[in-house]
Design a protein around this ligand. Structure first.
Ligand code: PEP
Ligand code: MN
Length: 333
């Protein structure tokens, strides 16, 4: 519908859609208001709505994913996290420790991220660990530390939520909710997180295809929340020298398929700190929307993912290298 279509016109179309037994999902945008129509064979609806006031066009979507696809929404979606815009010319850098471990550790990491020009602070308070005996995070105390780091350094915060019961609590503290790779197909969690209307960072599952990943994002957009950033974090292959195989081609490929921004996580994607900067530079060259990178003041003593964490010094070096190539590529950092 026309972007200026008054609410009554939008509501009238939604009512016409519902009357015929389909589900409308309103997704307002800059250039127009899109109404997704979900249900089997909604094509029969076209004649009924095409001539209604405010309607510009009615297009069938052939792909299995609907709301996240370019067919439905051709213009790129910009996701706002605090004042940071992801999916535009900014190469958005989210950085911080894998886990929030203590006030000292978090403040040191957050200070380093802010000083080197990072845009969003990351840090896990609820950690999905392969072993139940490993450090599983500080829980709500960790969230409180993240909120105070946000206040001190002025960086919005992204943190993982693992359970439906925790969604409300985590969204009281976080500016963006992260759904981790292991929960990419936890559909109830995707819907509960989507309903908060907070921006969501959706990581690609450990062994998920791009189509499965986009269909997972579809669950969030189905709640009327289009503020979703996808995160490529490596997939499981036969290779053992790296923790995962970073599928960098996912960034430009998903850009063709979807209007949602894609960021790249070279920390989990490689498992080795020495590979993080080269892959971060490659992600910028591949036109990713940004990065998620782990930074720890003392990686050797990290309670999780030390081997892939950059020191503050190496993080600042990475940012310098990114700055060298951002401009010629038409990006800012
Ligand atoms: C993380 O970001 O610390 C994390 C656990 O990532 P993933 O879900 O990609 O493994
Ligand atoms: Mn980690």
């Amino acid at each position: 519908m026309r972007a200026q279509a008054p609410a009554e016109e939008v509501d009238a179309v939604c009512a016409a859609v519902e009357e015929r037994g389909f589900r409308p999902v309103k997704l307002p945008g800059e250039d127009r208001v899109a109404i997704g129509v979900l249900g089997s064979n909604p094509i029969s609806l076209r004649d009924a709505i095409i001539s209604m006031p405010g309607v510009v066009d009615a297009v069938p979507v052939s792909k299995p994913f609907k709301l996240v696809g370019r067919e439905f929404h051709p213009e790129p979606t910009v996701v706002k996290v605090g004042a940071v815009e992801i999916g535009d010319s900014l190469f958005a850098v989210m950085a911080g420790p894998c886990s929030v471990e203590s006030e000292g550790q978090l403040m040191e990491a957050a200070g380093a991220v802010a000083e080197a020009g990072g845009h969003i602070l990351r840090g896990g308070a609820f950690k999905p660990r392969t072993s139940p005996y490993a450090f599983r995070g500080l829980g709500e105390d960790g969230l409180k530390l993240l909120a105070s780091a946000r206040d001190r350094f002025g960086l919005p915060v992204v943190t993982e939520v693992m359970n439906i019961e925790d969604v409300d609590m985590v969204s009281q503290y976080a500016d963006m909710l992260q759904i981790g790779a292991r929960n990419m197909q936890n559909y109830g969690l995707l819907e509960a997180a989507g309903r908060t209307m907070r921006p969501i960072l959706l990581k690609r599952g450990l062994s998920s295809t791009i189509e499965e990943w986009l269909l997972s994002a579809e669950y969030i957009l189905g709640q009327g929340n289009n503020q979703v950033v996808l995160c490529e974090r490596g997939i499981r292959t036969f290779e053992t020298y790296t923790r995962n195989t970073l599928d960098l081609s996912a960034a430009p490929l998903v850009r063709e398929l979807s209007h949602l921004p894609v960021v790249v996580d070279p920390s989990h994607g490689t498992g080795k700190w020495s590979l993080v900067t080269p892959m971060a530079v490659a992600a910028l060259a591949a036109d990713a929307a940004g990065l998620m990178v782990e930074v720890h003041p003392h990686p050797d003593h990290a309670l999780s993912d030390g081997a892939q964490s950059l020191t503050p010094h190496h993080f600042a070096e990475m940012m310098e290298r990114l700055r060298l190539i951002a401009n010629p590529l038409g990006r800012r950092i």
